[in-house]
Design a protein around this ligand. Structure first.
Ligand code: APR
Length: 252
């Protein structure tokens, strides 16, 4: 790990364009459950029955009860050192882009400004009639299912469900930033859900170095240039500390 971190920091010293792709694992140390980990959500709940358009169509109350529970859980959580390092890197690298699969909003809570949310945001709701999107931080929700204050139609979570397309502008930007970065960090994702899982390969094909951080191996691990078996909230601060020390030494 130490040698690898040193050679990574050596690479980062001359790097200007960085992209970071995160998944549920970066929020695990904040107490937000992952999806496929040991106590992951999809081990406890059937995704088909809660995170699909047909599930919502059949039983919007049940789906909202589940999202209301998740919002309540996430509302009490704080960003961890992993989120904070990523937020601070916006000021270190001239070109820095954060692409997340997470809907928990913890990157923004840590101070990240330009966050590309591939799968939406749990603190946003969308009118099923007008399509208008608005923020809603009410936990617990007063009314389940909640209704649009303008037209009274059902509101739905502004989240990309299984079987739904990602917002094309967000996906286009993610592909652009992936294929134009020099280094891509892939943090806390099982790297199996598409199209997000394709981004590191697009980056690598465009010449970028891939840096994976995950306590467990993923399909990306053998492909990555660096694959750190560790927790995001521990490995990222280590890299950050060495990077800052190196740039101090360079100044002296
Ligand atoms: N630090 C880094 N990685 C971690 C940590 C940690 N502290 N704890 C767990 N992980 C890793 C796990 O080993 C696992 O590989 O995070 C990964 C989480 O994987 P998933 O639960 O599959 O989450 P994710 O990859 O984000 O899922 C992608 O699937 O369910 C949909 O829309 C949902 O955005 C989600 C998408």
């Amino acid at each position: 790990m130490n040698e690898d971190i040193d050679s990574l920091v050596h690479l980062l010293k001359s790097t200007r364009r960085v992209a970071v792709l995160t998944g549920a694992g970066i929020s695990a140390e904040s107490g937000v459950p992952t999806f496929r980990g040991k106590d992951g959500l999809w081990r406890r709940y059937r995704a088909e029955g809660l995170a699909t358009p047909s599930a919502f169509h059949q039983n919007p109350k049940l789906v909202w009860e589940w999202y209301d529970w998740r919002r309540g859980l996430i509302a009490s959580k704080e960003p961890n050192p992993g989120h904070k390092v990523i937020a601070s890197w916006e000021n270190i690298f001239p070109s820095f882009h954060l692409i997340t699969q997470n809907v928990d909003g913890l990157h923004q809570k840590a101070g990240s400004k330009n966050v590309l949310e591939l799968h939406g945001n749990i603190w946003k709701v969308r009118c099923t009639e007008e399509g208008s999107v608005s923020e809603n931080y009410q936990t617990p929700l007063n009314e389940i299912p909640p209704r649009c204050p303008d037209c009274g139609a059902l509101l739905r979570p502004h989240i990309v469900w299984f079987g739904e397309a990602l917002p094309s502008s967000v996906l286009q930007k993610s592909l652009l930033f992936s294929s134009s970065c020099e280094v891509m960090f892939v943090v806390g994702t099982s790297a199996v859900v598409q199209p997000a899982a394709t981004l590191p390969y697009s980056a690598s094909e465009a010449g970028a170095k891939i840096v994976e951080i995950n306590p467990a191996a993923t399909p990306l691990s053998t492909y990555a240039d660096f694959s750190f078996r560790g927790k995001a909230g521990e490995v990222l601060p280590l890299v950050d500390e060495r990077l800052r020390t190196a740039s101090e030494e360079r100044k002296d």
